[in-house]
Write a protein that binds this ligand. Structure first.
Ligand SMILES: NC(=O)c1ccc[n+]([C@@H]2O[C@H](COP(=O)([O-])OP(=O)(O)OC[C@H]3O[C@@H](n4cnc5c(N)ncnc54)[C@H](OP(=O)(O)O)[C@@H]3O)[C@@H](O)[C@H]2O)c1
Length: 266
């Protein structure tokens, strides 16, 4: 049964995913709320429904292909369609590589941030191909362009999301399926609580450049209306990305001198 458009949001229990789900819920979308913390998803469902929207909480672990398939199956059984998949679930562990736990910090980060995006996309594609429409919106990061020390694994996953998205766009465009990617800088969410970063230098995203989850949610809504290959935000940071990618030698030198050496006490 066709009806109001459906967006499936992974990582809807906090931060950017929660703000995006709330925004789309207020704009007439039926919103599927996916994450592990079901209590939070149910609270958000109540909030969206109290405002006249429709939401479906689905307890999901995107590090499991079976859980992802169950999420897609439940969505289709309930709403009958998926118009947008917002692959947003993710976390960062910013430590020196040699200090990372092989499972919790490395394997799990790749599993959630990259493999989860690929598996969720694969799971919705047969439905989107059959309908000859659909939109995959992936959550990148500026770490998909500029990789900084202590972000080795995180940057690897986000470079991966970028490469995956570009190849995918060229694969599924023939079916009328769109692929957009949002590349934010620092966003004020619970993300920072998971990074376990301890900085001697105190270097972090300047307050003036820090985004709110609502700003990123607005960018996702804008992409839903008008698909975008790469939405780098805030826009001013495109200059820094251009500089860092155009002059990689200078970038290596600056990062080693002003970050790695003082942080390692060398
Ligand atoms: N905050 C930033 O500075 C920033 C900048 C650029 C990009 N990003 C990206 O934005 C996305 C959202 O992050 P956020 O800043 O909103 O952080 P957040 O508030 O910590 O939200 C992360 C979300 O991911 C979900 N998640 C984590 N592991 C999961 C798993 N195994 N299965 C299902 N869901 C899982 C969490 O839900 P549960 O714990 O309930 O499962 C939570 O809803 C991430 O992809 C992140 O890399 C963040």
């Amino acid at each position: 049964m066709a009806g109001q458009p459906v967006i499936l949001v992974t990582g809807a229990s906090s931060g950017i995913g929660e703000a995006t789900a709330r925004l789309f819920g207020s704009r007439g979308y039926r919103v599927v709320l996916a994450a592990r913390r079901l209590d939070r998803l149910e609270a958000l469902q109540k909030e969206i429904e109290a405002q006249g929207g429709q939401a479906l909480p689905v307890e999901t672990d995107v590090s499991s292909a079976a859980s992802i398939q169950a999420m897609v199956d439940k969505t289709l059984a309930t709403y009958g369609q998926i118009d947008i998949l917002f692959n947003n679930a993710g976390f960062g562990r910013t430590k020196w590589l040699e200090e990372m736990d092989p499972e919790k910090d490395i394997a799990s980060q790749v599993q959630v941030n990259l493999t989860g995006v690929i598996q969720a996309t694969r799971a919705v594609l047969p439905h989107m191909i059959a309908r000859k429409s659909g939109h995959i919106i992936n959550m990148g990061s500026q770490a998909a362009f500029v990789a900084t020390p202590t972000y080795t694994v995180y940057a690897a996953t986000k470079f991966g999301v970028r490469g995956f998205s570009d190849a995918l766009r060229r694969e599924v465009g023939v079916w009328g399926i769109k692929v957009s990617v949002i590349y934010p800088g620092g966003v004020a969410t619970e993300f920072g609580q998971h990074t376990q970063a301890k900085r001697k230098t105190g270097i972090t995203t300047p307050k003036a450049l820090r985004l709110t989850p609502q700003q990123v949610a607005e960018a996702v809504l804008a992409a839903a209306r008008r698909p975008v290959r790469a939405r780098i935000m805030p826009s001013i940071t495109r200059v820094a990305i251009w500089f860092a990618t155009s002059f990689p030698g200078i970038n290596d030198w600056l990062q080693e001198k002003y970050f790695t050496r003082p942080e390692r006490g060398l």
